[in-house]
Design a protein around this ligand. Structure first.
Ligand code: ADE
Length: 230
C-alpha cells in the first residue's frame, strides 16, 4: 500500500519529513513531492498549502504523478463541538465542505454538485487502524465529522452552525477537498486532525499560535505510530 500524505503547513509536515527514509523529491508546478519509506510503507509527502483549492490541486497532482493507493490528510483543526480542547485528536469518519452553498437552488447545505454528495466517508479499515494507533499512544482519538471551508472559524455562531447543520466537531480548510479528490479517483482516504484552538472569545489566534506545533506533532505522531514508527 502506497500512502499519499498531504499537510497544509510546514508545521504539520516536519515530523513526517523527519521520519522519511531514503527521501527523493520532485518539484511539480512549484510544489515539492517527497517519496520514500516510513516504517515498512512507501509514502508520498507534500505540503499542499492552506485552503480547499490548494489542497485539491496538490492532491490531484499527487494522484496523477505518484498513483498512491490512499490519501491521508494530517494536521490541526479548530474545535467546534462543546468540550473540545487544544490537543484533542479527531479522526474523521466523514468530511464535508461547509462553505459550498447552492441552497437557493434547492440543494442541501454543503451539497457538492457534480459528485452530488454532502459527506465524503473515510475508509473504515484505515479509520480502525488509525484509531488503534491513537489508543496505543493513549491519545483517546475521537471519531467525528470534520467540516472544511476557506475560512478560519473562530466565532461561537459559526461553530454552532457547523455543529447544527453538519454535525461537525472540528473545522479546518483542506480535508474536504482531499476527500473529494480521493472520492473521484475511487480511492480510500483518512483525516487525522488535532485541535489547535477552540476559543470563541477572541483568543483563537493566541491559542492557535500556542498550540499549533504541539497539535501538529500529535496528529503526525499518530500517523507515525500507524506506520509502526513510534
Ligand atoms: N485550522 C486550525 N484551526 C482552525 C480553525 N479554527 N478554523 C479553520 N481551520 C483551522
Amino acid at each position: 500500500m502506497r500512502y499519499g500524505i498531504l499537510t497544509a503547513m510546514p508545521s504539520e509536515f516536519s515530523l513526517l519529513r523527519g521520519a522519511l527514509k531514503g527521501a527523493r523529491s520532485e518539484t511539480i508546478l512549484g510544489v515539492e513531492y517527497f517519496t520514500g519509506m516510513i516504517g515498512r510503507h512507501e509514502v508520498i509527502l507534500a505540503i499542499c498549502g492552506i485552503g480547499k483549492v490548494n489542497a485539491a490541486l496538490r492532491a490531484q497532482t499527487m494522484l496523477l504523478r505518484f498513483a498512491p493507493d490512499a490519501l491521508i490528510n494530517v494536521g490541526v483543526a479548530g474545535g467546534c463541538a462543546p468540550g473540545l480542547r487544544p490537543l484533542d485528536l479527531i479522526l474523521a469518519d466523514r468530511v464535508c465542505q461547509h462553505d459550498v452553498d447552492t441552497t437557493p437552488l434547492g440543494d442541501a447545505p454543503g451539497f457538492v454538485s457534480t459528485v452530488n454528495t454532502v459527506f465524503f466517508h473515510a475508509d473504515e479499515a484505515l479509520l480502525k487502524g488509525l484509531a488503534r494507533a491513537g489508543e496505543a499512544l493513549e491519545l483517546n482519538p475521537i471519531v467525528a465529522t470534520v467540516a472544511s471551508g476557506d475560512q478560519f472559524v473562530a466565532s461561537a455562531e459559526k461553530k454552532a452552525e457547523l455543529c447544527r447543520v453538519f454535525g461537525a466537531s472540528a473545522a479546518e480548510m483542506e480535508a474536504g477537498a482531499i476527500a473529494q479528490a480521493a472520492y473521484v479517483a475511487g480511492l480510500p482516504f483518512a483525516v487525522i486532525r488535532s485541535i489547535s484552538d477552540s476559543d470563541t472569545e477572541g483568543n483563537a489566534r493566541m491559542e492557535f499560535e500556542t498550540f499549533v506545533q504541539l497539535a501538529a506533532d500529535r496528529a503526525a505522531g499518530l500517523l507515525l505510530r500507524f506506520f509502526g514508527e513510534k
